[in-house]
Design a protein around this ligand. Structure first.
Ligand code: NAD
Ligand code: GLY
Length: 367
């Protein structure tokens, strides 16, 4: 069963297709976009080994030739050196304005390939074939593309919407459990920010989903993408509501920076910890009942996920240092930090009115 979620942005509308077996159908779907009969694919070495050959076979069956560049796997790839390498390679592939680039991989490849597509010849089209849970539910949809800077995460980039997203849920079968659960951090974020019923459904079904329940995976990815599409339609450029998608991210970005974007903390793990901290902060400020952060933490714990700063291996900097790192977040406006807090599960909102001491106390309690 394939679900279709339309992202009906005027002038750049596209569909997100979700379900099993989509990689094998990629040929006609990509051919239908037009352009040259030659497709340039960006992937990473791990995903390339596992899923590139079936993609290229599917393209061949539809009369498309293809060439692929496999970049090193991991967050360190999302920087200038690999972006430059990718753009040079795409130019060598003679990619033209009407052509289509394919991003086969997780959020790292999707973000980098999308940015390469945004700047190549002032913008070429691209197709996202997300291969991680995180990429299927979040990064492949909504058009945020970019790379990291020495100064912080995702500080260089562009809004550039894909022309099509093919989220083949079968590809998640090869994903290591740790990466699956990291992606689940973004799934749980959707329930927490805007759909209490979905959070309740996740409480009942997430364990089965992690064990490989295919129908549950399709449902969770579809609901997440529906929610993301709805928010992106309201606020593509993050002038308002889209910031809700950053629930947990102000904390997460500081923790990722403190751990050097290393294996100590995956992005989605940081999001899960960040969501737990955002709810702890909301309760401390009297915005929601104390039971709410407890419920969030209990759910993450039931899945064996990180939920506190102390769950990250090795020591982290003190709370004051983490707070300074938060100050370098993209969501800082006029030097004032904006937080996504909640009046309860499914009821998040954006605010700048957060006393520094309350944040420090929440960070200390979690350490
Ligand atoms: P990732 O792309 O590094 O993938 C995680 C690991 O899984 C990699 O080692 C990769 O090689 C491997 N992998 C991917 N698919 C696989 C598969 N099917 N089977 C086996 N292994 C597989 O990381 P990610 O968690 O997908 O994405 C994280 C990135 O996404 C971060 O850079 C984050 O900033 C970005 N992000 C962007 C947005 C956005 O809106 N653009 C939203 C959320 C996150
Ligand atoms: N992942 C946050 C956003 O797309 O806005």
């Amino acid at each position: 069963m394939i679900n279709t979620v339309p992202v009906a942005l005027p002038g750049r509308a596209y569909d997100v297709l979700i379900g099993p077996g989509l990689l094998a159908e990629a040929g006609p779907r990509i051919a239908a976009l037009g352009g040259r009969r030659h497709v340039a694919i960006l992937t990473d070495e791990t995903v390339g080994q596992l899923h590139l050959a079936p993609l290229q076979a599917a393209l061949r069956a539809a009369g498309l030739t293809s060439a692929a560049l496999a970049l090193p796997a991991g967050e360190a790839t999302k920087g200038w050196p690999q972006l430059q390498r990718s753009v040079d390679w795409l130019l060598d592939q003679k990619v033209e304005r009407g052509d289509v680039i394919v991003a086969l991989g997780g959020g790292v490849i999707g973000d980098l390939a999308g940015f390469a597509a945004a700047i190549l010849r002032r913008g070429v089209r691209f197709v996202q074939v997300p291969t991680t849970l995180l990429a299927q539910v979040d990064s492949s949809v909504g058009g945020k593309t970019g790379i990291n800077a020495a100064q912080g995460k995702n500080l260089i980039g562009a809004f550039h919407q894909p022309s099509l997203v093919l989220a083949d849920t079968d590809l998640l079968d090869t994903l290591p459990r740790r990466d699956f659960l990291a992606g689940y951090g973004e799934v749980v974020k959707y329930g927490l920010l805007g759909d209490a019923d979905f959070f309740g459904w996740l409480e009942a079904n997430a364990a089965a989903m992690a064990e490989g329940d295919a129908a549950a995976r399709v449902r969770a990815v579809t609901r997440s993408v529906e929610m993301k599409a709805e928010i992106v339609l309201r606020d593509e450029r993050e002038a308002g509501d889209r910031a809700l998608l950053n629930l947990g991210h102000t904390f997460c970005h500081a923790l990722e920076k403190a751990t050097g974007y290393s294996d100590r903390l995956l992005h989605g793990e940081g999001v899960a910890i960040g969501c737990a901290l955002a709810f702890a902060l909301s309760a401390r400020l009297g915005l929601c009942a104390q039971e709410e952060p407890s419920r969030v933490r209990a759910h993450l714990q039931a899945l064996g996920m990180k939920r506190d700063i102390r769950d990250i291996p090795d020591d982290l900097p003190e709370a004051e240092v983490l707070l300074d790192l938060m100050g370098q977040d993209k969501k800082v406006q006029d030097g004032v930090l904006r937080f996504i807090l909640a009046r309860g599960i499914g009821a998040a909102f954006v605010t700048s009115e957060v006393p520094r001491d309350a944040v420090l106390e929440v960070l200390r309690e979690s350490a």
